[in-house]
Ligand binder design. Structure first.
Ligand code: FES
Length: 127
């Protein structure tokens, strides 16, 4: 399947967006740059690349553990729906450019994202 995506991207006039993931002390200590396959969410792309973003509800838009902050490229993304907006209100470290990574499918622009230091699971367990 990976070869198919690569071939499609090669012949397509659109290239696969790249996602720069900023360093996170546990999940991605050195940061990473990954490619996003067509139709794939940021959470799926990260997991496929061994970056273990938490996803407690299995990416069904029912928790906030996959919270990310989009540092560059936010305006290129579709708007969050009401369910995502409501959940984001509960996220630790919410910012104007926060999103749930399981709900965001990059289209044609590269992104830079930060995984917050904590998520709501860690806050309730550790604090
Ligand atoms: S994994 Fe639960 S909302 Fe994204």
């Amino acid at each position: 399947m990976q070869k198919l995506y690569a071939a499609v991207a090669k012949v397509s006039r659109f290239s696969m967006p790249r996602i720069k993931i900023l360093p996170h002390h546990e999940i991605c200590p050195n940061g990473a740059i990954i490619e996003n396959n067509p139709g794939e969410t940021i959470c799926e792309a990260a997991l496929r690349n061994g970056i273990r973003i938490e996803h407690a509800c299995e990416m069904s838009c029912a928790c906030t553990t996959c919270h990310i902050i989009v540092r560059h490229g936010f305006d290129s993304l579709d708007d969050a729906n009401d369910t995502e907006e409501d959940l984001l209100d509960k996220a630790w470290g919410l910012e104007q450019t926060s999103r749930l990574s399981c709900q965001v499918i990059p289209v044609d622009k590269d992104l830079e994202v930060e995984i917050p230091k904590y998520n709501i699971n860690q806050v309730s367990e550790d604090h």
